[in-house]
Design a protein around this ligand. Structure first.
Ligand code: GDP
Ligand code: MG
Length: 558
């Protein structure tokens, strides 16, 4: 395929505005999939995507399209809309020259419409605004066009009006892609150079990399080098994604496809890496900025039983190959055993990762409550009382919609802010965030004490205003899950030396043998053995035995 007949584009939008549905129609119209009633978000292949009805992974599909007697190769990338997966969007954009920015004709511009617009704008891509769902009773494309003019400074004449669901005017979308989006820049005569923009681990074939060829060509059997590790590989298989893998002999400049080159270790297939021919080294492409974790799962714990070969460690490594925005740190604690501290871009991201571990890797884990990163400076500036949210600016999008910017502490928005906002506004408000850096705040370190001894695993950082309620809740949960012992146990939450909450577990009077007084010896032995086994899972803090479950019940997400 000549480079000038190739178009690479992403579909971007706020969540639920119809990206995946439009992708279905484009696949059908170009014959990539058969036209049936059953096509519903066919690019959402993962079980977690189908169950939740959202896209979490960007998916590539190459389409053949004839227009004005010419054959075109269109590479479409469908992307997730939720803010937690924006890293997928920014990586996908690096393989494209243009985007379809989908906007719901009823809802108009929403938070992630704005965020995604800026991602594309900053990458200097051609932006085609597509107003979708014009079939809806309350559709108001006029108003949405005014919003687009006002907020994005795009003339209303450039907007397309479609119904992805019914297929109305979708042909115009394909025409606009061909006419407005420029072809990729590379040429076949240059040395081979490709960007790894995504990859996943296949249980049988090892690493499967998604690549965008920026220059030259590559064929089966070629010796290629990955710039990151300077290791040489032989290309075993390559091809197009239509959207299923479709092996070809070669890939050329401007094309997007997949490649298998005998990479067995997940560390070999870095997303953002550059591939080149062994004899023709090239300057590496800039790659991707590492994602910045916003939410940390306190800990991910290995369950006693896990069925994935190589254990949870392997499962996590392989899944993070497919989701490079997760940060991983090995972690272990006396009380909780081996685990990992994982960083995510948000709470939904954390839930989806957990679900994928279970569904795709059969690895069952316990995820503890999320925390956000803090920087602690031991100086008088901590004494500064700051408000928890500060308004930055307000933009009226039109008479009905206003965009407000606030500075928020991340831990205030991480857990349930999005849900609260949605329910308070009956679903009308939408929300997006970016990191504004660290701010001084009135945070304190709170310890949990058992009979006066601090339990290090349960030490938390909380805002002063929340300390009492958080401390009380933690003490209550511990009380429920620590068994009675031979003596009274005081459970306390304390800030420094000041106790702010307390629960007491009464002494246990009977011992395990009391019931079988004079009874037979084998039963006694059994009971003692059972008690000893139970103790193995206990952690002793001072003189108090604490079962692992007690830690988990305090740390686990509700
Ligand atoms: P995405 O999150 O942007 O990928 O959105 P989806 O493609 O998953 O669509 C979200 C919902 O909107 C689904 O229930 C679709 O059936 C529906 N939808 C998509 N396009 C249209 C349309 O043109 N008209 C109507 N009425 N509904 C649509
Ligand atoms: Mg989708």
């Amino acid at each position: 395929f000549p480079v000038d007949k190739i178009r690479n584009f992403c579909i971007i939008a706020h969540i639920d505005h119809g990206k995946s549905t439009l992708a279905d129609r484009l696949l059908e119209m170009t014959g990539a999939i058969a036209k049936t009633e059953k096509n519903k978000q066919v690019l959402d292949k993962l079980q977690v995507e189908r169950e939740r009805g959202i896209t979490v992974k960007a998916q590539t599909a190459s389409l053949f399209y004839s227009h004005d007697g010419q054959e075109y190769l269109l590479n479409l990338i469908d992307t997730p809309g939720h803010v937690d997966f924006s890293y997928e969007v920014s990586r996908s954009l690096s393989a494209c020259q243009g985007v379809l920015l989908i906007i719901d004709a009823n809802q108009g511009i929403q938070a992630q419409t704005v965020a995604n617009f800026y991602l594309a704008f900053e990458s200097q891509l051609t932006i085609i605004p597509v107003i979708n769902k014009i079939d809806l009773k309350n559709a108001d494309p006029e108003r949405v066009e005014s919003q687009i003019e006002k907020v994005f400074d795009i003339p209303r004449e450039e907007c397309l009006r479609i119904s992805a669901k019914l297929g109305t005017n979708v042909e115009a979308v394909l025409q606009a892609v061909v006419e407005r989006i420029p072809p990729p820049a590379g040429s076949i005569s240059e040395p081979f150079k490709a960007l790894v923009f995504d990859s996943n681990f296949d249980h049988y074939r090892g690493v499967v990399a998604n690549i965008a060829v920026f220059g030259g060509r590559v064929k089966k059997g070629d010796k290629i080098v990955s710039a990151h590790l300077s290791k040489t590989y032989e290309v075993n298989e390559l091809g197009l994604l239509r959207p299923e893998e479709h092996p070809t002999q070669k890939l050329f400049a401007g094309q997007v496809g997949y490649m298998i080159a005998g990479m067995k270790d997940v560390k070999e297939a870095q997303i953002g890496d550059t591939l080149y021919h062994q004899e023709q080294p090239v300057q590496a492409l800039p790659g991707f900025k590492p994602a910045k974790a916003m939410v940390f799962a306190g800990r991910i714990l290995e369950q006693e039983l896990d069925n994935y070969p190589g254990g949870v460690q392997h499962a996590i490594e392989r899944l993070t190959l497919n989701d490079s925005s997760v940060t991983v740190q090995r972690d272990s604690s006396l009380a909780l055993g081996a685990g990992w501290r994982l960083g995510f871009l948000g709470l939904l991201h954390m839930e989806v990762f957990n679900q994928r571990l279970e569904q795709e890797y059969n690895a069952s884990v316990i995820v503890t409550a999320p925390t956000v990163p803090y920087k602690v400076l031991l100086s008088s500036a901590k004494l500064i009382k700051s408000r928890r949210a500060v308004q930055k600016n307000v933009v009226y999008i039109d008479e009905q919609r206003v965009m407000m910017k606030y500075l928020f502490p991340l831990n205030e928005i991480v857990v349930d802010f999005y849900d609260l906002l949605k329910s308070m506004s009956s679903g009308y408000a939408s929300f997006d965030y970016e990191n504004a850096g660290y701010q001084a705040a009135d945070l304190i370190k709170m310890d949990i004490l058992l009979n006066g001894r601090p339990v290090e695993e349960l030490t938390t950082i909380v805002h002063r205003d929340r300390a009492y309620s958080t401390g009380k809740a933690m003490c209550e949960r511990l009380k429920e899950s620590i068994p009675r012992q031979m003596f009274e146990i005081a459970i306390q939450a304390a800030i420094g030396s000041k106790v702010i909450a307390r629960e007491t577990i009464k002494a246990y009077r009977k011992n395990v043998l009391a019931k079988c007084y004079g009874g037979d010896i084998t039963r006694k032995m059994k009971l003692l053995k059972k008690q000893a086994e139970g103790k193995k899972k206990m952690r002793r803090i001072g003189n108090v035995e604490v079962p692992k479950d007690a830690f988990i019940s305090v740390l686990k997400r509700k």
